[in-house]
Design a binder for this molecule. Sequence first.
Ligand code: ADP
Ligand code: MG
Length: 197
Amino acid sequence: MCSLNRYVAFEGIDACGKTTQTKLFYEYLIHTGKDVFLTKEPGDTATGKKIRNIILQDNIDDKAALLLFLADRVLTINKIKDKLKNSYVVSDRSLYSTIAYQSYGSGIDLNLIEQFNQFATGGLKPDVVFYIDISINVMYERLSNFDKMEDKGEEFFNRVRDGYLKMADRYDNIYKIDGMQNKKDVFRDIVEIWNNL
Ligand SMILES: Nc1ncnc2c1ncn2[C@@H]1O[C@H](COP(=O)(O)OP(=O)(O)O)[C@@H](O)[C@H]1O
Ligand SMILES: [Mg+2]
């Protein structure tokens, strides 16, 4: 099977619509007769779920969180590598989240994070990334709707969003989508890009 455009990831700040669009896109590929593995980072393996709980519950140090996210990545990537032999892989987040949150957001050195990502993945990256862009105001509105407030503060999320915007400019495999449209229009844009790759 051709290895082009088979590993697809969805990225963006909290509540931008990743989980919504990941599922829609997964169903779309299934509907078109593809074999698809749906996954997410962090927490898609039994050990990964424990790791995710530690990160979420213990409100730990940024460096410790980085290393735990990377440990989770090793486990998920092993699964993804195996699945890519025969299937498409659609993932809710990927290594770019670590660059956006832990480097641009928390200020950990970008080169170091890129080396860690390389170490954790062996160089495997998503072929296509849909970065769903929303403003920080829209993020807070949506989070208050489903009662899941983040405690990192507005400045943190501004930096994370700026990081994503920079990456979308810099990397050819990252496609920026306007996430402030309704869900149907966001999905229409995603499918349009996908069908023109
Ligand atoms: N385009 C959209 N317009 C309005 N609300 C949306 C849109 N996309 C998602 N939502 C809502 O915002 C919340 C977060 O969506 P979700 O897909 O879980 O985002 P994420 O996985 O990026 O955190 C959910 O309540 C979802 O229904
Ligand atoms: Mg989600």
